[in-house]
Design a protein around this ligand. Structure first.
Ligand SMILES: *Cc1c(COP(=O)(O)O)cnc(C)c1O
Length: 420
């Protein structure tokens, strides 16, 4: 209704627009919740409202409203972040002994830690964790670019505490653990428990730094079997010295990298002149603050990806049934059982039972139908399985269901002929 009322204005606005936007909204019906190509985590309404309010005018980004003097941009999310982390890890007094800063992404946060604390020093990494995260982020390369010296320990499948112990020298700067977030190893595998690694770091007086990556705070959606025990809460509860995570993966916030850790270490990192080159703007602080507020006030259902993860398959099935009923007989549409994935290189083995609307169009093959869906406005992105186009509604906001029906029915019937 609301959209209809504002339609004349929307059309007038569109006509005034000199160009078609390149970056556009799309409907993600792939069932991949954190789809890196589709912008990873969608933001919550609350995050967007806060962002709009902050960005539409001026803000106190670096202005202390108490004193009327110059302030620091770090303050806007730091205490909220530390409270949320301390609470997730069930650690009273966590906020007092720790600090947190925000940069552009997790890759930048990791680079900044290495450059600030381990330039010219050795960094111990298990051979099983010398990973490529995707998009050109490879642990050995980021280490060497930062000026740190990689010391490989253990083997690909098995690394023991003694391997770390024997590799320690007077020039060891950090012990780095990298979350194997986008792959898993099975079989004859072993690595020391985090508690053992942290204890070793303490004995040797070498900070233990974890690139946790996924930003999965706790095990609040253990039903999905995501990311096992390697949560942010787990890292913090075990007393790691530094941890970096991505803001737009399982945390469900804007693209950014969050770095949290022991006060003195984070302060050294914060003083690195490179921090200035990686810092984020007011839009990110606004969106992140509102996202963290949802965790703080236990209203995580505000966060779209957490809603998607939690949606019961039955509910998705019912929506698929309604969509299928609405699609006209030019198509053959049925409801099929499928599996959604978490994606974003976070939990490679986690599969969530789901349902999809399966589409076929006589005279049109599946790739042609898939591309006709992509040409809609907004485009609908599906996937092909067994020569059908599947639209998994887990990753579609329910408000978009009626658009799906209308848009599919409106696909020109010449699609088939044009494509054949
Ligand atoms: C995703 C990921 C990164 C990179 O995060 P970006 O925010 O995309 O830079 C780094 N490390 C791990 C373990 C990751 O999972």
């Amino acid at each position: 209704m609301h959209r209809l009322e504002t339609l004349p204005e929307a059309i007038a606005e569109r006509l005034k627009m000199p160009v078609e936007f390149s970056l556009r909204r799309v409907i993600n019906a792939t069932g991949v919740i954190l789809h890196t190509n589709l912008g990873r985590a969608p933001l919550s309404r609350q995050a967007l409202d806060h962002l709009v309010e902050v960005a539409l005018g001026y803000s106190n980004l670096e202005f202390d409203l108490e004193t009327g003097e110059r302030g620091s941009r770090d303050v806007h999310v730091e205490s909220l972040l530390l409270s949320v982390l301390g609470e997730a890890a069930n650690l009273a007094g966590f906020a007092g002994a720790h600090r947190a800063i925000v940069v552009n992404n997790c890759a930048a946060a990791t680079y900044l830690v290495l450059h600030s604390l381990a330039k010219g020093k050795e960094v111990l990494v298990s051979r099983g964790e010398l990973v490529e995260i995707g998009g050109g982020f490879r642990i050995p390369e980021i280490l060497s670019a930062s000026g740190a010296i990689l010391t490989e320990v253990g083997t690909t499948n098995r690394t023991r505490l003694s391997d770390y112990e024997e590799a320690l020298t007077l020039n060891t700067g950090l012990i780095l653990r990298v979350h194997q977030s986008n792959f898993s190893m099975e079989g004859f595998v072993e690595s020391p428990r985090l508690a053992e690694l942290v204890a070793l770091g303490k004995r040797a007086n070498v900070p233990v730094f974890i690139d946790q990556g996924t930003g999965q705070l706790g095990s609040f959606f253990s039903s999905a079997g995501a990311a096992g025990g390697f949560t942010l809460a787990h890292c913090i509860a075990h007393g790691c010295d530094l941890v970096t995570v991505s803001g737009d993966k399982l945390l469900g916030g804007p693209q950014c990298g969050i770095l949290a850790g022991k006060k003195d270490l984070v302060e050294r990192i914060r003083k690195n002149p490179l921090f200035r080159t990686f810092r984020v703007d007011k839009l990110v602080y606004a969106a992140l603050e509102a996202t963290l507020a949802a965790y703080f006030s236990r209203q995580t259902e505000q966060i779209p990806i957490l809603r998607m993860l939690d949606t019961p398959p039955e509910q998705i099935k019912q929506r698929c049934e309604r969509v299928v009923e609405g699609i006209n007989s030019r198509f053959s549409a049925i409801v099929v059982a499928t599996e959604s994935v978490i994606g974003g290189g976070t939990a490679p083995n986690a599969k969530l039972p789901s349902y999809a609307a399966s589409l076929r169009c006589p005279g049109t093959d599946a790739p042609a139908l898939l591309s006709a869906l992509r040409r809609l406005d907004p485009p609908i992105i599906g996937r092909i399985q067994d020569e059908q186009v599947l639209l998994d509604l887990r990753t579609v906001e329910p408000e978009a269901d009626s658009y799906l029906i209308a848009a599919i029915n409106g696909i020109p019937s010449t699609t088939g002929e044009a494509a054949s």
